[in-house]
Design a binder for this molecule. Structure first.
Ligand code: SF4
Length: 318
């Protein structure tokens, strides 16, 4: 097991908007007893905008469909298994038990989304895919022993409306709580089924964790003591110990990002920003950086980009 102590600051990374109201024209709904909600932001859409505004546009403004991928679907299934694993009595939380949960998690997902079956050409491909999912579960067990844990929450939905009217929200994969002499200690844990990022992309991953920490701080009044990001693909993890200054910087970063998204809506300037991530982008065919032409912007794009869908538990990148 390897761990990397995160040293980057919150200012290095991005955030995630789902909905933006431009010029105060859009109102998504009142926050009960709080400020009026003018827009929503979640970590993964923020990361989209930071990495490539045009990708954000295709996903959030144009709402272009993206075909299911075996990697993203495997991420969803592995997250589901890790959630279910903590329903098993502590002593029974073994790798064999996790592998035993895999067929049920896959069957449940398939029942909800039958079209996923078309991803596999035959039984052999499906079997290879299930084997790769088992390898990721083994990767999890290489990082920690779930028999020693009693999570306070799994797949926890958290949201908070900032005074500006921006609603932040997202799903925390796992929240651990402990009563200590210093009061309540929170640990936020997130699973990634891919490999750990290189230094150039580490900041974005850590920003997501700080985003969750900000949400928990604002909703519970406690700065999480530790943020952990487990990469099951290469069995490593990142760890961050945030403080209030960190989270205030994160909030400023989120607000600045929201302003940038609102500006893109106003101006229609959704700039293509090619990077290594283009290899995972479903929109190359319509991207000018690859010789394509984006579709016309939806008529309402400059006014109210409506995307109030709840964030996904497991994002397409796993
Ligand atoms: S292919 Fe690359 S530059 Fe084009 S939209 Fe996708 S991520 Fe952006």
């Amino acid at each position: 097991m390897t761990a990397r102590e995160a040293t980057s600051t919150a200012e290095e990374a991005g955030s995630e908007p789902d909905t933006v109201a431009v010029g105060g024209a859009a109102v998504l709904g009142p926050a009960v007893g709080g400020p009026t909600v003018l827009g929503s932001l979640s970590p993964s859409r923020a990361a989209d905008f930071v990495s490539c505004p045009l990708k954000y546009r295709f996903r959030v403004v144009d709402r272009l469909p993206e075909p299911p991928s075996p990697a993203a679907t495997r991420g969803t299934v592995v997250h589901s298994v890790l959630e279910r694993l903590f329903d098993v009595p502590a002593a029974g939380r073994t790798l064999a038990a996790a592998e035993g949960l895999l067929p049920g998690a896959w069957a449940d997902l398939l029942a909800r989304e039958p079209e996923l079956a078309t991803m596999f050409a035959g039984e052999e491909e499906l079997a290879a895919w299930l084997t790769s999912a088992r390898e990721l579960l083994a990767g999890y067990f290489a990082l920690e022993d779930p028999r020693r844990l009693a999570p306070a929450a799994r797949e926890l939905y958290v949201e908070h409306v900032l005074d500006s009217g921006l609603r932040l929200r997202g799903y925390v994969d796992r929240l651990d709580e402990a009563r200590t002499a210093d009061g309540l200690a929170l640990r936020v844990v997130d699973y990634k089924t891919g490999r750990s990022p290189g230094p150039a992309f580490e900041g974005t991953a850590l920003f997501q964790m700080r985003f969750y920490a900000l949400l928990l701080w604002r909703t519970r009044g406690v700065v999480p003591r530790e943020l952990r990001l487990y990469y099951l693909g290469d069995r490593t993890w990142l760890r961050v110990v945030p403080d209030e200054a960190d989270l205030r910087a994160t909030e400023r970063r989120v607000q600045a990002l929201w302003a940038a998204i609102a500006r893109a809506h106003r101006t229609g300037d959704w700039r293509a920003t090619p990077s290594k991530l283009c290899g995972w982008c479903d929109h190359q065919a319509r991207c000018p950086a690859f010789g394509g032409t984006p579709p016309p912007l939806p008529a309402e794009a400059g006014a109210v980009p409506v995307d109030d869908a709840a964030p996904a538990v497991c994002e397409p990148e796993g």
